[in-house]
Design a binder for this molecule. Structure first.
Ligand SMILES: C[S@@+](CC[C@H](N)C(=O)[O-])C[C@H]1O[C@@H](n2cnc3c(N)ncnc32)[C@H](O)[C@@H]1O
Length: 277
């Protein structure tokens, strides 16, 4: 796929419909994993008491909650009404609003820090979202985001993708989107943040571990709590899906630990400064 093949509106609509559907399941499926980045993400963005913080693609709101626990004044933003409802249900004292990462409903210079935890890889126009984050930051404000490390490192993704290749098909009619693992590449992240005008760029890997109670938890999470992979799984024949499920189960079994399974799921954390007035 080249960028000229992609219709960003079609991909955006596909992601939006997917998150509306997944909102009810996402927090329980992935929330215990994605929240593990909170301290490092907020440290990288310089979030402390009194800071004005925007959490873009907030989902069920756990990063916004962690920022509020530091004494920051936080807004959590998400384009899915169902996710915003979920965030408000979990954290009724916080401020959440609907909005698009690519067209933030805030004036320039509104925040001391902007963060985005595992959101960038879902956007039709990630570069536009980075530019928007910079626009709403004050001069000297910090931006920080996380994405998954490569599919080889974040092993649950590798397991599912390999099982689909072996027992099913990846050739399913989904709108083309930007590569899921584009920002897993530190050099690409640095280049893109520089192009948007950020400075003092730092990229590091975070060693997350996905603790799971059952051998089927990866398949269940990927089937119901996400968007692109869930759509690929839904498009398989029943026989192929059963074989994929069995292969993923075998993959998870290799990570057995006391009381369950412990899968390495490292993330890449990038942060940068808006040094321009
Ligand atoms: C993988 S979830 C991450 C949720 C949360 N930040 C976390 O760490 O668990 C991705 C979130 O991005 C949101 N999202 C995707 N595209 C968006 C966009 N263009 N604007 C705002 N939110 C978006 C989805 O609705 C979803 O809640």
């Amino acid at each position: 796929m080249t960028s000229s093949d992609m219709d960003p509106r079609a991909f955006h609509a596909f992601e939006h419909a997917g998150w509306e559907r997944a909102a009810e399941f996402y927090g329980d499926a992935f929330g215990g994993l994605t929240v593990q980045t909170a301290a490092a993400l907020l440290d990288a963005a310089g979030v402390s008491a009194g800071a004005r913080v925007l959490d873009v693609a907030t989902g069920p709101g756990s990063i916004a909650g962690a920022a509020a626990a530091r004494g920051a004044t936080v807004v959590g933003l998400d384009f899915s009404a169902a996710m915003i409802a979920e965030a408000r249900r979990r954290l009724p004292a916080l401020t959440f609003r609907e909005g698009d990462a690519g067209a933030l409903p805030f004036d320039a210079d509104s925040f001391d820090a902007v963060v985005m935890n595992f959101g960038l890889l879902h956007l039709a126009r990630p570069d536009a979202a980075l530019a928007e984050a910079r626009r709403v930051l004050r001069a000297g404000g910090r931006y920080a985001f996380t994405v998954w490390a490569s599919a080889e490192q974040a092993v649950a993704f590798g397991m599912v993708l390999r099982a689909v290749e072996e027992f099913g098909t990846k050739d399913v009619p989904l709108p083309d989107g930007p590569p899921f693992f584009r920002f897993s590449d530190a050099a690409e992240t640095r280049r893109t943040l520089e192009d948007v005008g950020f400075t003092a760029i730092q990229v590091q890997e975070l060693p997350l571990i996905w603790l799971l109670p059952s051998v089927d938890a990866v398949f269940e999470a990927m089937s119901r709590g996400g968007v692109r992979t869930a759509a690929v799984l839904r498009a398989q024949t029943p026989d192929a899906l059963a074989a994929i499920r069995a292969a993923v189960r075998r993959g998870v079994e290799a990570y057995a630990c006391d009381g369950g399974f412990a899968l390495p799921m490292p993330a890449m954390l990038a942060s940068a400064t808006n040094s321009q007035p």
